[in-house]
Ligand binder design. Structure first.
Ligand SMILES: NC(=O)c1ccc[n+]([C@@H]2O[C@H](COP(=O)([O-])OP(=O)(O)OC[C@H]3O[C@@H](n4cnc5c(N)ncnc54)[C@H](OP(=O)(O)O)[C@@H]3O)[C@@H](O)[C@H]2O)c1
Length: 357
């Protein structure tokens, strides 16, 4: 498993564990007491950590040069950044999304940089569209080496405001689970035949941390994660790998309507795409941030405390007016704190409720 520190730059190097030799000195510098206490990292890990950006780029090139890579949701945000990085590393990139004009813009950007890219308009929530897409890609490119299931939709709405909105759950399942699954079913047979393939699912930190108000979204992502863990054990000896990326918050058009997130730290699409590129090269089973793993461990070991904390958060950050069905355009924040000071104020008043100042 690859763990990514959420706050740190994704491609930041780790501290050199080996004391450096002083310039001009003949003998190696004596390790300090502190350095001696530090655990020595395996040689390979230290080597990886020291790799420069060009070395990383060349590892990516080795992994994807002339490979056929499908990226869904490739006309915006994380998907577009992935497509650009993959094409720059020599991959033949197949971009899929619904809007042909936006796709063409992404293809033009890639071609302007000398990359190879092909746009396919496809609504991945439509199973017949998925089938047509898979057939065309296989006819025109022969096979797919890497499938990046990235297209997705998110909904932030509490369960109490969802009782008459069953379609929220159907829509998220349709795209985030059934659409992604249909593409796996379309491309996996040739991967198994060729004994080579990598399926990367862009999941969410929410699957690890179970945040309130995301039941529809998280359930659909969790379904794909669960499928992939089961399928991975069936495909392992055929050299067809699965990677689940429990992506943290990323500043993309997807989160723009939720003004609350303006006050939260988030990865840039470039940093998120770096996480995906690392997965392409290393093929880990899961990529997660430390925060996501802490959430999962807390839920497993102290479920009661975890539920209490999440319940506090649930009351701290209410549904937006749009989610409550009160303001369809979502322009008003409806009492949602929108900057760090407001969040701190709300947190303070919640923790010290009943205390007079
Ligand atoms: N942003 C975050 O904070 C965050 C955090 C965790 C996980 N993720 C996941 O990361 C993935 C990418 O999100 P993003 O933030 O980069 O989103 P984004 O910037 O909104 O881009 C979404 C992309 O998906 C395409 N798309 C949407 N519905 C589609 C459909 N039915 N069929 C085909 N393509 C469709 C969009 O193009 P069209 O509209 O033209 O179809 C667009 O290219 C999603 O799976 C999301 O759940 C995001």
């Amino acid at each position: 498993m690859v763990t990514v520190k959420k706050s740190a730059k994704v491609n930041a190097t780790v501290t050199d564990p080996v004391p450096r030799r002083k310039v001009g000195s003949a003998a190696p510098a004596k390790p300090t007491a502190r350095a001696a206490r530090r655990p020595v990292k395996p040689v390979q890990e230290a080597f990886d950590a020291r790799q420069s950006a060009p070395a990383k780029a060349s590892r990516l090139s080795q992994a994807v040069h002339n490979k056929v890579v499908v990226v869904t949701g490739a006309s915006s945000g994380i998907g577009e950044d992935c497509a650009i990085k993959l094409a720059a590393a020599g991959a033949v990139v197949i971009l899929a999304a619904r809007t042909p004009e936006k796709l063409q813009e992404s293809v033009d950007k890639i071609k302007a940089g000398g990359g190879r890219a092909f746009a396919y308009a496809c609504d991945i929530s439509s199973m017949s569209d998925c089938d047509r897409f898979c057939q065309r890609v296989l006819q025109e490119h022969g096979h797919v080496d890497i499938l990046i299931n990235n297209a997705g939709r998110s909904i932030r709405r509490s369960v109490a405001h969802s009782f008459d909105r069953f379609h929220d759950f159907e829509r998220t399942m349709q795209l985030n689970f059934f659409g992604a699954l249909r593409l796996i079913f379309g491309f996996a047979p040739t991967m198994l035949q060729r004994k080579s393939g990598h399926i990367i699912n862009i999941s969410s930190i929410g699957v690890l941390a179970s945040p309130p108000r995301f039941s529809a979204y998280v359930a659909s992502k969790a379904a794909l994660d669960a499928f992939s863990w089961c399928a991975a054990s069936e495909f392992a000896d055929s050299n067809v790998r699965f990677t689940t990326i429990n992506m943290p918050l990323v500043r993309t058009p997807m989160i723009a309507p939720t003004k609350l997130y303006d006050a939260f730290p988030a990865l840039s699409p470039d940093e998120a795409a770096e996480m995906v590129m690392k997965a392409v090269v290393e093929k880990p089973k899961r990529v997660a941030t430390a925060l996501g793993l802490v959430g999962a461990v807390a839920q497993a070991l102290t479920p009661g405390i975890s539920e209490f904390v999440l319940n506090q958060a649930f009351h701290l950050f209410p549904d937006s007016l749009a989610a409550q069905g009160l303001d369809q355009d979502g322009a008003s924040t409806g009492g949602l704190p929108i900057n760090p000071m407001e969040i701190a104020g709300k947190l303070f008043s919640r923790v010290f409720s009943g205390v007079h100042w």
